[in-house]
Design a protein around this ligand. Structure first.
Ligand code: NDP
Ligand code: GDR
Length: 371
């Protein structure tokens, strides 16, 4: 019989790629989804199986990381071999607006899962993967950041994830549980949430090229991130739980890039070359040339501007990971580089907005897009 996995956050970017991966390996996958007033399963709809079908290998359960009773019930029912705890309020900027909720879901939520395993007597059976983050490094102490670099979290999100990191380590040491942290650096894809910077940029680029948006407003263009592809990173999650010994791993590409450069690369994918002028809040991006006959952007047009409302009260300036341990022990190596990632994301957003344009041209109303 195949293994059973339970994924919290199955409706998110990583949840969707991980579900595909585990199904392809013969797992029976169970996922926890939150009740919402609109359908929230877009990313996994292609994997959906009618609940009336026999022998389903993908099953969704309503639940929430803030509700222990529900977590205990689902874990008891499923008896998973592996739990991937990906559920979280995952937006760093939004965590400054909802700090208590973020602590509850991202910090205590992890404790609830660990306690559920203990209460149910599953400490020998169930392995757990905790979605830790490079945001733990926060204010730069040393680069590149590895498993031994000290933490200095810089947001309510990062502080909540720091609690989750240490409670995972503590349950491993105290109760001998197979509990591991994957300290993952930023990873993106066409499924990335629309308000994270890479997706905001690729969506904005596509809409500006197609004449559906005038300008892209961003925050700190100087921030440096180590960006990888989510598809590569869910492979690492899986590998971490297949090791002999439970350990924590940094997953990163080892290459860092500024937000400004990501913007340039995205526009270049559409044949539009831009340059930046000015500094700080006055910095702007202008069209230098446009060699794509489909897009009519005049040279000199201002397409990017800074809006300080996107600045964070405390920022993480530089992230660059050292993946030596994961490469050596897990044999993990990313298949995508940044150029390939940007190419795929821009292509997907161009296709998305071709469809939206068609709807708009046919008189349908397009939904509001909040950033
Ligand atoms: P997403 O924001 O795309 O997905 C988050 C998921 O968590 C969604 O399924 C969401 O449900 C669910 N969720 C949110 N709050 C709760 C809650 N209270 N109870 C149960 N589920 C909840 O994040 P990613 O897929 O990008 O990231 C996955 C995990 O990895 C997160 O924990 C994130 O913090 C962490 N991480 C991500 C990195 C990245 O670069 N992507 C890097 C390092 C760590 P809904 O769809 O209903 O909103
Ligand atoms: P991050 O990702 O905070 O690193 O967290 P995000 O894409 O939100 O920001 C990356 C950097 O870009 C700067 N930035 C902007 N960010 C957003 N969202 N919107 C803007 O307009 C904008 N302009 C500039 C930010 O200031 C920041 O420096 C992500 C999440 O997936 C976390 O859950 C995860 O833990 C970390 O990555 C690793």
């Amino acid at each position: 019989m195949g293994k059973k996995a339970l994924i919290t956050g199955i409706t998110g970017q990583d949840g969707a790629y991980l579900t595909e991966l585990l199904l392809s390996k013969g797992y029976e996958v169970h996922g926890i989804k939150r009740r919402s007033s609109l359908f929230n399963t877009d990313r996994i709809d292609h994997l959906y199986q009618d609940p009336h079908e026999a022998n389903r290998n993908l099953v969704l359960h309503y639940g929430d990381l803030s509700d222990s009773t529900n977590l205990i019930r689902i874990i008891q029912q499923v008896q998973p071999d592996e739990i991937y705890n990906l559920g979280a309020m995952s937006h760093v900027k939004v965590s400054f607006d909802t700090p208590e909720y973020t602590a509850n879901a991202d910090g205590i939520g992890t404790l609830r899962i660990l306690e559920a395993i203990r209460i149910l007597g599953l400490t020998e059976k169930t392995k757990i993967y905790q979605a830790s983050t490079s945001e733990l490094y926060g204010l730069v102490q040393a680069v590149p950041q590895s498993e031994t670099t000290p933490f200095y979290p810089r947001s309510p999100y990062a502080v909540a994830k720091m609690y989750a990191y240490w409670i995972t380590v503590n349950y491993r040491e105290a109760y001998g549980m197979f509990a591991c942290n994957g300290i993952l650096f930023n990873h993106e894809s066409p499924l990335r949430g629309e308000t994270f910077v890479t997706r905001k940029i690729t969506r904005g680029t596509a809409k500006i090229a197609m004449g559906l948006q005038d300008k892209l407003y961003l925050g700190n263009l100087d921030a440096q991130r180590d960006w990888g592809h989510a598809k590569d990173y869910v492979e690492a999650m899986y590998l971490i739980l297949q090791q002999e010994k439970p350990e924590d791993f940094v997953i990163a590409t080892g290459v860092t890039t500024r937000v400004r450069e990501f913007v340039r690369m995205a526009f270049a994918e559409t044949g539009i070359i831009i340059e930046f002028k000015g500094e700080g809040s006055d910095e702007k991006g202008y069209v230098v040339s446009c060699d794509n006959p489909d897009y009519q952007l005049p040279v000199g047009k201002e397409v990017v501007a800074v809006d300080p409302k996107y600045f964070r009260p405390t920022e993480v300036d530089l992230l660059i990971g050292d993946p030596t341990k994961s490469q050596t022990l897990l044999g993990w190596k990313p298949k995508y580089d940044l150029q390939g990632l940007v190419k795929e994301m821009v292509a997907a957003d161009l296709e998305l907005f071709e469809r939206e344009k068609l709807l708009r041209d046919s008189g349908y109303v397009i939904k509001n897009q909040f950033e």
